[in-house]
Each structure stands twice: as structure tokens, then as C-alpha cells.
Design a protein around this ligand. Structure first.
Ligand code: MTE
Ligand code: MO
Length: 525
């Protein structure tokens, strides 16, 4: 083979060596992360930092475009960038072997810095996964680039210089690939075992019966209409919104909740058994995400079991501002460093604000905050529903801005009245005759008074409201529509118990929740 022909081949092999080095890095890093701390892996750390640094409008766009797959998209994006960089570094190493390996080490430094900068990073050991990954990657690249450089300097037809040992290169590359795959697999296994303690601790939780069970859902609150959102959202279908690239798996045995801060006369530290030994109440509460667009899916209703937060605060000597308390903001902090701030006044005004341990009859799933999360009726999730909570701090809105407020969302965010058409679906083609239009409406802690439907530009007509369960849950509604052939726009709006009707004006979710009427276009055959 001539040198001219060999150069493109060498380049391809160099790029492949870089890819292989990147793969080896990741595998070694994930293996180390499984031993140190899963969240300290470079992909999780860099991804977490990317999430935190993403400007609010971009994040809003990502949620709108990718929905609950946004984290998967981010991960794939990081891997794609890493692959490109790997190939580039491989090419660099073909000429400058040391520089190639140095570049890999530089990537490792970025990963280590990201890991140490995570809010949940408690120790320098979080730098180990990135360091181990970089070392493995740099070594692999050095090794493979060395083989390729030998090929480059080998003369035409291999007449002069060291001969190009193609076989040796392939064997080395194959060994690296196999070792990396092995390391990755062991890493997964280890991470699984590590999470095993948390899984076992969750399985060991026995939820006591509530002192105050949830009132029975009245007959007539759950309509039997095909396509309508079920009154209680099955846990597996419950929306998930959070910034966690790696879902925290908290070992309930080691978990503690600390309550302290301004105006706390007796700071408290509680274990899970402490919480479970207290009086538990069970309530149906509809939770809604501020990022939910008009007509969107980020709302769900579950049966929560937990401790009444106001009781705990009162025992600690906390008074709400209306009774002269100095703190007006309750900041909840999670094990992954998230902070959410709720008005102390709301939490203590008699509503069923909970430190929840159970969801739909089972301990909280890891995705939804095991072992303990907050749930406050009437407030959007980002100002109240802290998952994996570990600390409650009493402070003021003036003194502290929690995570989302720092990212331009509103300090105070009561849930806005909303209504949604679940059926017919957009662009459905129902047959003429009576078509059941149905959906849900919510105005947590105020209650839904009225839902109206409009066909095209016709008059607003009251829909049939399902029985009300509580003011903290959504309400189903239905509207038998005499559908005539052609294309029609169905629009819905709700009025809450304070008499306020949803405004028509469309607003984006940021800064304090979307407004506007939901409508659906259908064609009747
Ligand atoms: N630790 C933590 N808690 C969190 C969040 C988060 O990102 N991290 N997101 C909040 C938001 S924005 C919402 S809407 C609710 C969603 O709860 P769910 O995922 O159980 O539906 O959790 C809240 N609690
Ligand atoms: Mo949210």
C-alpha cells in the first residue's frame, strides 16, 4: 500500500482510537462513580451543571419540545459531543501523541470541576471518577496512537522504519474495547448493588394506617367516559419533573430531616421512624407543574399520606407572619441540592400541607421523592413539592432566593385556574351525532365552580360538572355535544370558587404559570 492511500486509512483509525479512548474514559469513570457516588460520574456532573446553567427560556423550550424525555436528549447530546471530541483528539494524537493524551486529561479536569461544583457534592472524592476516566482515556490514546505513529513512519511498502503492525493495533483496540465494556458492566452492577441498600430500605417501610384517612371519593366524582383523565392518577402514569439526571436513591435508614432557621425556637431532627410514629393524615391532592402549558400533561392527582407540616412547625415554635413570626419563607432543601421556597403563611393556614411518605398506598417511589417529599395544596410544585427533602429552613423571601427564583421564575406561585379537554383528541374525526366532550379542571385550594364549553364562535354553555371531591383536587366535567359535519373548534374555560374565570389571554408558563383557554379542533364526518 502506498503512503498516499494509507493516510486516509490512518486518519480513520486515529479517529477511531480517539472514540475508543473516550469510551474507555467513560467506562472507567462510571465504574469509579459507582464506587464513589453515582451523581459524581462525569456525564451526570456535566449534565447537571448544564441543566443548572441553562437559561430559563431554553429550558422552557426543551420541556416543551422533549417533554419528559428532556434528560435523555441531554445525555445523548453530551455523548455525541464527547464522541466528536474523542475523534478530534484521536486525530491530534496521530501527530502529537502527548498533546492528544493531555487533551483527554483536560476533559477530565472539566468533569472533575463539574462534579466538585455540584450542590450535592460533599467531598473531594467526587473528583475521582473523572480523574480515573481521564487517566484511562489518556493511557489508551497514548497506546493506540503509538501504534499508529509507527505505521505513519513506516516507509512505502514498509521498506524502511518499523513495520506497521496492523495486527497488533487491532488486538490492542479490541482488548481496550472489551475491557471498557467489562468495566462499564461492572459499574452498572456496582451501582445497582449500591442502590440496593436504598431499595431494601424502601421495601422495609411499613406505612402505618392514617389517623385521619382521606375522605372517600364521592360517587359521581369519577366519570366513566372513554378518554377522560382518571380521577386518581396511577403512580406509574404520574408526571415527573425535576432536575435530577441520576434519581437520588436515598437509604431511608440513614435519612434525617433537619428543621431550623429564623424563628425556630426548638430545632428538630427527625428520622423516618420518627415521622412514621407521628399522627399521619391521608389526603387526595392534585399537583401541578408551573411548566405545564395550556392543555399540557404536567398535572396529576394522588392519594398522599404524610405528616401535617404545620404541626411540626408549631412544635418547633414557628409562628406564621400573621401571628408575628419573623420568617415568611420556608425553604426546603433536597439531598441533590435543590431548593424550593413556600410561603410560611400558606403552609400554616390550615390547608393540608404535608411531609408525605406515601403515594397511592405505597411508600413514595424513588422518582417521586422517597423517602419524604413535601406536598402543599394550591401551590405549584416548584415552590412547594420538594422531593428527597432533607432540610427545612425558615427564612424570609428578602433573604433568600431558591433555585427557580434565581432562574427568573416567580417567588410566589399559587396554582392558576385551568381546564383541559381530554376527549376528543386534537384532530379527531368523530362521527356526527352526540359526541362526549370531557376533561378536567383545577383550581387547587379554591375549588372549581363552573366549567363552560364553546363550539366555534358560539355562546359559552355550562358543562356538566362531576361531583366535587375536595377543593384541593381537580374536577372532571363533560359536555354532550350535538356534532354537525365539518371542522369545529371546541374551547373550554373554568371559573373558580372566588368567581374568577380563566382569562383568555395566552401567557407562557414563565414566570408564574400559563394562562389561556384550551381548545381542540376536530372534524366531524
Ligand atoms: N428535589 C427536587 N424536588 C422537586 C423538583 C426538583 O427538580 N428536585 N421539581 C419540583 C417540580 S418543578 C415539580 S412540578 C414537582 C413534580 O413532582 P413529581 O415529579 O413527583 O410529579 O416536584 C418538585 N420537587
Ligand atoms: Mo414544576
Amino acid at each position: 500500500m502506498t503512503t498516499e492511500k494509507r493516510v486516509p486509512l490512518l486518519r480513520g483509525l486515529a479517529a477511531a482510537s480517539g472514540l475508543l479512548a473516550a469510551f474507555a474514559s467513560l467506562a472507567a469513570a462510571e465504574l469509579a462513580a459507582a464506587a464513589v457516588r453515582p451523581g459524581a460520574g462525569p456525564v451526570a456532573a456535566v449534565g447537571g451543571s448544564a441543566i443548572d446553567l441553562t437559561p430559563a427560556p431554553v429550558k422552557d423550550w426543551a420541556i416543551r419540545t422533549f417533554g419528559e424525555d428532556d434528560k435523555l436528549v441531554l445525555r445523548l447530546g453530551i455523548l455525541a459531543v464527547l464522541a466528536l471530541c474523542g475523534a478530534a483528539v484521536g486525530l491530534l494524537a496521530l501527530r502529537h501523541r502527548r498533546a492528544g493524551s493531555a487533551a483527554v486529561l483536560a476533559f477530565g479536569a472539566v468533569g472533575a470541576a463539574a462534579a466538585l461544583g455540584r450542590p450535592d457534592s460533599a467531598s473531594w472524592t467526587d473528583a475521582i471518577p473523572s480523574a480515573a476516566g481521564a487517566a484511562a482515556g489518556a493511557a489508551v490514546l497514548y497506546l493506540l496512537a503509538g501504534r499508529l505513529q509507527a505505521a505513519r513512519t513506516a516507509g512505502p511498502r514498509g521498506a524502511e522504519g518499523p513495520a506497521w503492525d496492523r495486527r497488533g493495533f487491532l488486538v490492542a483496540a479490541g482488548a481496550v474495547a472489551a475491557a471498557s465494556a467489562g468495566a462499564g458492566a461492572v459499574g452498572r452492577l456496582l451501582a445497582g448493588l449500591r442502590g440496593g441498600d436504598a431499595v431494601a430500605s424502601r421495601e422495609a417501610v411499613v406505612l402505618p394506617a392514617p389517623a385521619s384517612p382521606a375522605p372517600a371519593v364521592p360517587r359521581g366524582a369519577a366519570l366513566r367516559i372513554p378518554g377522560i383523565t382518571p380521577f386518581t392518577t396511577p403512580t406509574g402514569d404520574f408526571y415527573r419533573v425535576d432536575t435530577a439526571l441520576v434519581v437520588p436513591k436515598v437509604d431511608a435508614g440513614a435519612w434525617r430531616l433537619r428543621l431550623h432557621g429564623t424563628g425556630v425556637r426548638r430545632p428538630v431532627e427527625l428520622s423516618l421512624p420518627d415521622l412514621l410514629a407521628r399522627e399521619l393524615i391521608e389526603r387526595d391532592i392534585t399537583l401541578t407543574c408551573v411548566s405545564n402549558e395550556v392543555g399540557g400533561p404536567y398535572t396529576g392527582s394522588a392519594r398522599w399520606l404524610g405528616v401535617r407540616l404545620a404541626d411540626l412547625l408549631e412544635e418547633a415554635g414557628v409562628r406564621p407572619p400573621s401571628r408575628g413570626g419573623p420568617a415568611d419563607q420556608l425553604v426546603a432543601r433536597s439531598v441533590d441540592g435543590m431548593t424550593l421556597g413556600a410561603p410560611v403563611e400558606d403552609v400554616m393556614d390550615g390547608r393540608d400541607a404535608l411531609l408525605a411518605v406515601g403515594m397511592n398506598g405505597a411508600p413514595l417511589p424513588f422518582d417521586h421523592g422517597f423517602p419524604v417529599r413535601m406536598v402543599v395544596p394550591g401551590l405549584y410544585g416548584y415552590v412547594s413539592a420538594c422531593k428527597w427533602v432533607k432540610e427545612l429552613e425558615l427564612t424570609t423571601f428578602d433573604a433568600y432566593d431558591p433555585y427557580w427564583v434565581e432562574r427568573s421564575w416567580a417567588r410566589r406561585a399559587p396554582v392558576k385556574t385551568q381546564s383541559r379537554i381530554d376527549t376528543p383528541r386534537p384532530f379527531a374525526r368523530p362521527a356526527r351525532g352526540t359526541v362526549m366532550v370531557a376533561g378536567v379542571a383545577w383550581a387547587q385550594h379554591r375549588g372549581v365552580e363552573k366549567v363552560e364549553v364553546r363550539v366555534d364562535d358560539g355562546p359559552w354553555v355550562p358543562a356538566d360538572l362531576a361531583a366535587e371531591h375536595t377543593v384541593d383536587t381537580w374536577r372532571q366535567w363533560s359536555f354532550p355535544w350535538r356534532a354537525t359535519p365539518g371542522s369545529h373548534t371546541l374551547t373550554v374555560r373554568a371559573t373558580d370558587r372566588t368567581g374568577r374565570t380563566q382569562p383568555e389571554r395566552r401567557a407562557r408558563p414563565i414566570p408564574d404559570g400559563a394562562t389561556g383557554w384550551h381548545s381542540v379542533v376536530v372534524t366531524v364526518d
